[in-house]
Write a protein that binds this ligand. Structure first.
Ligand SMILES: C[S@@+](CC[C@H](N)C(=O)[O-])C[C@H]1O[C@@H](n2cnc3c(N)ncnc32)[C@H](O)[C@@H]1O
Length: 295
């Protein structure tokens, strides 16, 4: 006999989807030390829940029952891939186009005109910019837009190179694809949006090839003691990166930046950051802008 009584559905435990792995002090300290020693990132006690939140899903995916198991997996992976996965998850990549507009105004009003005069005098045409900690690419693309807008047709007379580096391979891969949700373009003036982006009609926009071909994206750990460059830069932009480092790490990095800045060249940092007077070899210009003295 059939009835109209529906099957009774017994709720199943939702363990795999929602259970959380907790982290002990020893496990947190081990991960913290690993991240600090390899990437300079200082995971303070306040970052504990952020670390757990960012790694939780990965632990479940890889079927690790404890953070200790995960830590041993990272430590014993000689290929460095596990460490790469870890930094992809731990690093904070927040960024957007024309973030901290002051820098791009200063670039166009002061730095580029200065460089034009200088390069003419030196009968040179090399112009080297480095965006260190470029995340998803919004910042280096903003630099290229600013340069193209400033130089116009003269841009082709310069041998301009923009190097954009980051430790996160995931962020760099997204940067190279150059597709962004519309909200990341909210600071882009409409005329520039029209000129340098293609509407993909799905709520995202892609940067044009004109911008893409001006940037070299590379994975680079800023903790590398010997930075791999043969020529110094006219401008180094390292914005909202050093906030994750402690003071000795920042001081040492700024010294390495200084050594590869041309005399008279500039360093940009984030507006919420400052460099300490007593340890900074650059001269202060204005908030978040520093300059190396001329020879
Ligand atoms: C908050 S984002 C800043 C992005 C962009 N500069 C801006 O201001 O919009 C910080 C970036 O620094 C990168 N980073 C952190 N530690 C690094 C290291 N040791 N070497 C290279 N990049 C690092 C992160 O992967 C992240 O993409």
């Amino acid at each position: 006999m059939t009835t109209n009584i529906p099957d009774i559905i017994i709720p199943q435990p939702v363990e795999s989807a929602f259970s959380s792995v907790s982290i002990s002090d020893a496990e947190f300290n081990a991960i913290r030390k690993l991240v600090y020693e390899n990437f300079g990132i200082n995971l303070t006690e306040q970052k504990r829940s952020l670390v757990v939140g960012r790694l939780q899903k990965f632990l479940r995916l890889k079927k690790f029952n404890t953070f200790e198991q995960y830590f041993n997996y990272v430590r014993n992976d000689a290929s460095g891939q596990a460490l790469g996965e870890l930094i992809n998850r731990i690093s904070t990549n927040h960024t957007f186009f024309f973030r901290e507009q002051d820098h791009f105004d200063f670039l166009r009003k002061v730095i580029l005109p200065e460089l034009e005069t200088r390069l003419k005098k030196e009968r040179a045409n090399d112009l080297r910019l480095w965006c260190a900690g470029c995340s998803f690419g919004d910042e280096p693309y903003t630099f290229v837009i600013s340069m193209l807008e400033h130089f116009g047709l003269n841009y082709k007379n310069y041998n301009a190179g923009l190097l954009a580096t980051d430790i996160s391979a995931a962020a760099l891969s997204a940067a190279q694809t150059g597709v962004y949700p519309e909200e990341r373009l909210k600071m882009v003036p409409p005329a520039l949006k029209q000129k340098y982006f293609r509407d993909l009609n799905d709520g995202t926009f892609q940067v044009t090839d004109i911008l893409k071909k001006e940037i070299t994206f590379r994975r680079l750990n800023l903790m590398k003691q010997q930075l791999p460059f043969s020529k110094p830069f006219h401008l180094i932009s390292c914005r909202n990166v050093m906030i994750y480092f402690d003071q000795p790490t920042r001081n040492a990095l700024v010294k390495r930046f200084f050594d590869i800045t041309v005399p008279g060249g500039y360093l940009f940092i984030g507006h919420s950051e400052t460099l300490r007077n007593d340890s900074c070899p650059y001269a202060y210009v204005r908030p978040a802008i520093y300059r190396k003295g001329e020879l």
